[in-house]
Write a protein that binds this ligand. Structure first.
Ligand code: URA
Length: 434
């Protein structure tokens, strides 16, 4: 078998066999196939796509490049939740504790933010003392004791994916649907879960800008799960405006606390409850999805989701008092208000621009190596559909330095669109793929 022939066949749109995909992944992982050939192969995939069979084979090879997390010693059905990434998306910190409070085991191996999108680990690490570097034994012990744990990616899980992702990042091949599907699913399947709820974001703040692409990504990930007998459901949800009002790590933890005490934004609460309900249903705690919805709602209203999050923070070395005393979280030192001279209705809030602005003042990173400022970010004062008067404040930038502030403020100003006609709100949950 010659690498050049496989690149040529993929370039011509042919389907490769599982053995041929194994040859490429093995050869690359062992350093026998050079970056330039795998780069060409990735670009061929970008343009020619992959069949479900090829994506399944690629996922298996990525999983096989590392070790599987064996959670068989932890009793209960293990269900994780994964979002393809968005702006202000803190649903993992709300849905997962609610599902755990209902009896689901939630083994969460989470990621960091990159570019304009945020990451669960960064949000959690804004809580002073919070550790995400548990060993696998500590992870299992915490799952057995409180039913939920959040840790970072370990080097043993799908190492070929990390190597390939770095190459994709440098060759403009990240946003290929089969490559994203296999990358996400290899890590999720290696972490030992029984079922998975996916939140596939679509809109300006998401990887997928078009619903048809989000649907294809969701279908591919559900099919990968099905091939290995895992229950997987995907929601396709709107990311054309940020979720909730807060964007930025500690600011989002504050909003999580309010939401878990049933005082959060309506969109964030609705989506978190639906994700939690699907985790509960796939976790076989209830017989029907409607019962799961009722249980999720009950666990929010009786405060047990909030108490579960409290427990997680304490178990992972953080101070749970932060949930009631926001002054214990990192706080920005200055605030810059953005207002408008026009009245009307908010017709759009571009999530990507808001995410970029937030990242620019320190909340996010451009490369994996950048450090972030947990205190900073953006708080929206309005949402799409809202009526505003001339002089209304649209949002506030919370910052700790003046660096990049002016540029970020310009981006944010461009993000808001105001119309003279009333605007219909877009549905938040657009489709379910199962
Ligand atoms: N997240 C991943 O883990 N992989 C991708 O390819 C894209 C998003």
């Amino acid at each position: 078998m010659r690498t050049v022939d496989l690149i040529h066949r993929k370039r011509e749109g042919e389907e490769l066999s599982a053995e041929e995909i194994q040859f490429l992944v093995d050869g690359y992982t062992r350093g026998e196939i050079p970056d330039y050939q795998i780069s060409a192969f990735l670009m061929a995939v970008f343009f020619s796509g992959m069949s479900d069979r090829e994506v399944g084979a690629l996922t298996e090879q990525l999983i096989g490049s590392g070790s599987l997390v064996d959670l068989s010693s932890v009793e209960g059905v293990k269900v994780d939740k994964h979002s393809t990434g968005g702006v202000g998306d803190k649903t993992s910190l709300i849905a997962s504790p609610i599902a755990a409070a209902a009896g689901v085991i939630v083994p969460s191996i989470a990621g960091r933010g990159l570019g304009h999108t945020g990451g669960t680990l960064d949000k959690l690490e804004s809580i002073p003392g919070f550790r995400t570097d548990h060993t696998i034994d500590e992870f299992k012990a915490q799952l057995s004791s409180i039913g939920i744990a959040f840790i970072g990616q370990t080097a043993e899980v799908a190492p070929a994916d990390s190597k390939l992702y770095a190459l994709r990042d440098a060759t403009a091949t990240v946003d290929s649907i089969p490559l994203i599907a296999s990358s996400i699913m290899s890590k999720k399947l290696a972490e030992g879960m029984d079922a998975l709820v996916l939140d596939v974001k679509v809109g300006s703040g998401a990887f997928m800008k078009k619903q048809v692409d989000a649907r294809r990504l969701a279908q591919m990930m559900v099919a990968i799960g099905r091939r290995v007998d895992k229950r997987v459901q995907a929601l396709i949800t709107d990311m054309s405006q940020p979720l909730g009002y807060a964007i930025g790590n500690a600011l989002e933890v504050m909003e999580v606390s309010q939401t878990l005490q049933n005082g959060g934004p309506a969109d964030l609460t609705r989506l978190s409850l639906e994700l939690a309900a699907r985790m509960i249903y796939l976790g076989k705690v209830t017989k029907t999805l409607d019962e799961a919805r009722e249980l999720a709602q009950a666990k929010l209203l009786d405060g047990s989701g909030y108490r579960k999050f409290h427990e997680v923070i304490a178990a992972q070395g953080g101070n749970p008092q932060v949930l009631d005393h926001f002054e214990l979280l990192p706080n920005a030192t200055a605030v810059h208000e953005i207002s408008t001279s026009r009245g009307g209705y908010i017709s759009a809030i571009d999530a990507e621009l808001i995410g970029q602005a937030s990242s620019m003042i320190g909340a996010g990173r451009n490369t994996k190596e950048d450090s972030i400022d947990p205190a900073v970010g953006v708080i929206l004062e309005v949402k799409v559909g809202q009526k505003i008067e001339p002089g209304s404040i649209l949002c506030r930038l919370y910052h700790t330095t003046e660096e990049n502030l002016e540029e970020a403020a310009e981006l944010v100003e461009d993000a808001f669109r105001i119309s003279q006609q009333a605007v219909e709100e877009r549905d938040l949950i657009l489709e379910v793929v199962s």
